[in-house]
Design a protein around this ligand. Structure first.
Ligand code: ZN
Length: 262
């Protein structure tokens, strides 16, 4: 697609307009959607994504769509367009979220203005600049011999277990965050912390940075009360896992299973 055509994405209350096709959902082609979607709505440029210019249009209020279009909840939409459109939908969501939540200058209280270049807002009074917020978080898979540490919070679906994760605190390196979160949540020490992969995650504005690590010392102790239970599991005896196939948590656990069954 030529770079001078701007492709449009439509959002409405954390839902994305997608077209239902024979194989699932996809982002509809330009100009195929009803005209009323383009009138009197808020438009936000998203810049280039994979050599195509995009903008997101925020549609106010729920409106009936003619088939084959549907408003699809963001989490389902992310799965539907994964992997090609994943980063684009995350970007659109986070820019809208940021725009709504940074309407005033944090320094002097003047309403901010959008700059036309990039994702940038500026205070017209004191000229302070604001950018979309990205919150780095770590997630870590901890191995002990042929077992993996899995844990669950009380609000997880029944019998679903995941990995240790948490937000990076001010002044920390990523490795220090891994050590602190593991210590706080399960009372263990880890070694051999290795980078695995990363992924943006728009609930609400995370950048997940994934690691693997080896158990070093300690007994499982749910210190800070954030977890309901935690334990060591072999690849052939796992509890329920995160359902979403697009989460980096799932990818880490699948990588562990593959290595055990090689
Ligand atoms: Zn200001």
């Amino acid at each position: 697609m030529s770079a001078d055509i701007t492709q449009k994405l439509y959002y409405c209350s954390d839902h994305v307009l997608l077209e239902k096709t024979e194989t699932g959902y996809s982002i509809p082609p330009l100009k195929s959607v009803p005209d009323w979607l383009n009138t009197n709505q808020s438009v936000y440029p998203l810049g280039q994504y994979q050599n195509t210019a995009f903008e997101v249009i925020e549609v106010s209020g729920p409106k009936e769509l003619p088939l084959p279009y549907h408003w699809v909840a963001l989490r389902l939409a992310l799965e539907a367009v994964f992997p090609e459109g994943f980063g684009l939908l995350v970007r659109a969501h986070q820019v809208l979220h940021w725009d709504k939540n940074h309407r005033y200058c944090g320094h002097c209280g003047t309403p901010t203005q959008k700059n036309t270049t990039g994702f940038e807002k500026q205070c017209p009074s004191c000229h302070l600049l604001f950018y979309p917020r990205i919150s780095p978080s770590i997630i870590v898979l901890i191995r002990k011999d042929n077992e993996v540490l899995l844990a669950r919070k009380a609000d997880f679906l029944p019998n679903v277990y995941g990995l240790i994760a948490g937000f990076v605190e001010v002044g920390e390196s990523l490795e220090q965050t891994v050590e602190r979160e593991v210590s706080e949540e399960v009372g263990l020490e880890v070694k051999n912390i290795q980078y695995f992969d990363s992924q943006p995650w728009p609930f609400p504005d995370s950048l997940m940075i994934a690691f693997t690590a080896d158990y070093a010392s300690g007994e499982i102790n749910l210190r800070d009360g954030e977890l309901e239970s935690a334990g060591w599991y072999r690849a052939d005896n796992l509890p329920g896992l995160p359902r979403s196939s697009i989460s980096i948590s799932r990818k880490l656990i699948e990588s562990f299973i593959e290595k055990q069954t090689d």
